[in-house]
Design a protein around this ligand. Structure first.
Ligand SMILES: Nc1ncnc2c1ncn2[C@@H]1O[C@H](COP(=O)(O)OP(=O)(O)O)[C@@H](O)[C@H]1O
Ligand SMILES: [Mg+2]
Length: 581
């Protein structure tokens, strides 16, 4: 896991190297200072050699200056490396999500993806930052300080070893349960994030159902749980500081006790004792730092797992073996718009039930085909197979006689204009939104597409016309206007195949009839597949496909079906009754 994460440091590796270098310089300089100090006290002062004292004093100042500078540079480069790492990680995540197929997307909630892209990445960034600052420093400091301390007085170093063992044992006892508490806390944070994001994404629904009080309670519960977990973890951690102080002061006391006797017996200089104590502190501090990093790692592990889960998700619909580019050149183009389903079965999840069973029919180029059936009968699923939003489980879908899997995704989807049932517009002007369909479209193209979709009139009735800014998700246009803009956007591609999935549900019947009329006049060569609940919009279709529970139960023109197909007749009759009442 660490290896894979390390690879995301990428071109910032040189900063990591610089960090390592400056940490070394910093540590060595810092540890030399007590040594010089002991020389001044033990040699300079007794012999009253001012020159020696000043020389070593200046040396100490220099070392301190170098150490500070190296420390500062380490800070700078570690910041740069960790920022770069986070940026690379975010990009990798974002790119991967962009490549996701629909079934990949089904597996992750939007809220969890947002958390992974933001707070998880930030947590990883902080972990790297701390590692570069502390993790390198602690072991180096430990080893060097032990070396210097032992070289000053090996016998006295026994105290250090006892103190270190005590501290490690103590920290271990505290950290084991704390690690668990931190893992719990991380889970509570995830929970809170989930609650907040789900609520904010659907804030309008929350308000429409007057669920604010319930949502507030749900939030309070997550929030309180997090607070409690954090306090629990904090309480444990707060034990470490007194423990540390106890060991540190105890050890200092013992060192002074025995060391003092040695100094009195002229076995050791007073200066050596002072620097020995200073090394003792350095050693114990680095062990503390180790323990902190341990906690940090425990917390980062969950984040790292979540990030890598996204990055390592296998994308199930791709342009196979070839690079995208090569495939695009070799790929056939969708030209005529003939669609064939050959004994197609489909299920969403492995081991699940068939959502579509043995679908077998074909649509000729330029036909106007309607798909009808109750909700959940599989209409949306059926049309999703055409642009490969999902891949068939069994059988084949062919366009112009070629299996859809033979096309590159770009050529395939460029050839199909699709208006999804749950369609959205993006924040930006109307023109920008429409040009998603074709980025080279001229104003004339745009207006033509908009007028086919019966959107031109209402667009120019806005004060800013095509430059009207849409809010996020198109909040400032009505449902029917939004649907017409979505249709126009799909038309702008001039695709040989156009699929409208319940895309006229919010449009009044008169306007819908005008759209239908303009399609039949202007899009004669386009194969149009329309899913709708309204019988009035399918009456004139060249072909009506009746779906029931994932099976085709009837195909034909309105009159034939009305006569021979029970289900179709029921749908028609239910709408007639509606009209009578
Ligand atoms: N992304 C999905 N994952 C799992 N099951 C799904 C998904 N989308 C739809 N289904 C299921 O597939 C069946 C057909 O759905 P759908 O094609 O949307 O029906 P329709 O468009 O006719 O209302 C339904 O039972 C629905 O629960
Ligand atoms: Mg549907």
């Amino acid at each position: 896991m660490i290896k894979q994460l390390y690879s995301y440091i990428g071109n910032y590796k040189k900063y990591v190297m610089l960090c390592v270098m400056f940490v070394m310089v910093d540590v060595v300089c810092e540890l030399m200072i007590p040594l010089l100090m002991s020389k001044i006290v033990d040699e300079g002062i007794p012999s009253k050699d001012i020159y020696f004292i000043v020389k070593n004093g200046i040396f100490m100042v220099l070392l301190a200056a170098i150490s500070i500078m190296a420390g500062g540079l380490n800070m700078r480069f570690s910041a740069e490396a960790s920022q770069g790492f986070a940026a690379n990680l975010r990009r990798a995540l974002f790119d991967r999500v962009q490549a996701f197929s629909f079934s990949n997307i089904d597996k992750f909630s939007t809220a969890s993806l947002v958390t992974r892209l933001t707070s998880d990445v930030t947590q990883m960034q902080n972990t790297l930052l701390m590692c570069l600052r502390m993790l390198l420093r602690a072991p180096l400091m430990l080893v060097c300080a032990i070396f210097f301390a032992v070289s000053i007085n090996a016998r006295l170093s026994v105290v250090i070893f006892i103190a270190v063992s005590l501290l490690i044992a103590g920290i271990f006892l505290v950290l084991r349960p704390a690690e668990q508490k931190f893992a719990e806390m991380q889970k509570k944070i995830d929970n809170l994030n989930g609650t907040v994001q789900e609520n904010l994404t659907a804030i309008r629904v929350v308000k429409a159902f007057v669920r604010e009080r319930y949502e507030k309670q749900k939030f309070k519960k997550s929030n309180d749980a997090l607070t409690e977990a954090a306090i629990n973890a904090g309480n444990l951690i707060s034990l470490i500081m007194p423990l540390m102080m106890f060991v540190l002061n105890g050890a200092t006391l013992i060192v002074i006790w025995f060391g003092g006797r040695m100094v009195a017996g002229h076995e050791m200089g007073a200066g050596s004792l002072i620097s020995f104590i200073s090394y003792l502190m350095h050693i114990l501090m680095s062990i503390m730092i180790f323990s902190m990093i341990f906690i940090l790692f425990a917390r980062a592990e969950a984040c790292a797992k979540r990030i890598l889960e996204v990055v390592n998700t296998k994308i199930d619909i791709t342009d196979n073996d070839d690079t995208d580019h090569k495939r695009e050149i070799n790929s056939p183009l969708v030209r005529k718009g003939k669609i064939e389903f050959r004994h197609v079965d489909f299920k969403y999840a492995e081991g699940g039930r068939n959502v579509l069973s043995d679908i077998n029919f074909s649509i000729e180029p330029g036909e106007y085909v309607a798909i009808v059936g109750g909700t959940g009968s599989g209409k949306t699923t059926l049309v999703s197979l055409i642009p490969r939003l999902y891949d068939v489980t069994k059988g084949q879908v062919l366009i112009d006689g070629i299996d859809v899997r033979e096309y590159s995704l770009k050529q395939l989807r460029d050839g199909i204009g699709m208006v999804l049932q749950k369609n959205v517009l993006f924040s930006g002007t109307i023109r920008e939104n429409l040009m998603w369909g074709n980025e080279n479209a001229t104003q004339e193209d745009i207006e033509k597409a908009a007028s086919y979709a019966q959107a031109h009139d209402f667009i120019i009735s806005f004060p800013d016309g095509y430059d009207t800014r849409l809010g996020q998700g198109g909040v400032n246009v009505s449902g029917g206007q939004k649907q017409r803009l979505c249709i126009a956007r799909a038309l702008l591609k001039k695709p040989p195949i156009l699929i409208l999935d319940d895309s006229t549900s919010a449009i009044d019947t008169a306007t819908e009839a005008r759209i239908r009329k303009s399609f039949s006049e202007n899009l004669k060569d386009t194969t149009v597949l329309i899913i709708t609940q309204r019988i009035s919009s399918v009456k004139n279709a060249d072909k009506i496909v009746v779906l029931d529970d994932g099976r085709v139960v009837g195909i034909g023109k309105h009159d034939e079906l009305f006569e021979n197909n029970r289900l179709y007749r029921e749908i028609c009759n239910s709408q007639q009754e509606g009209l009578v009442i």
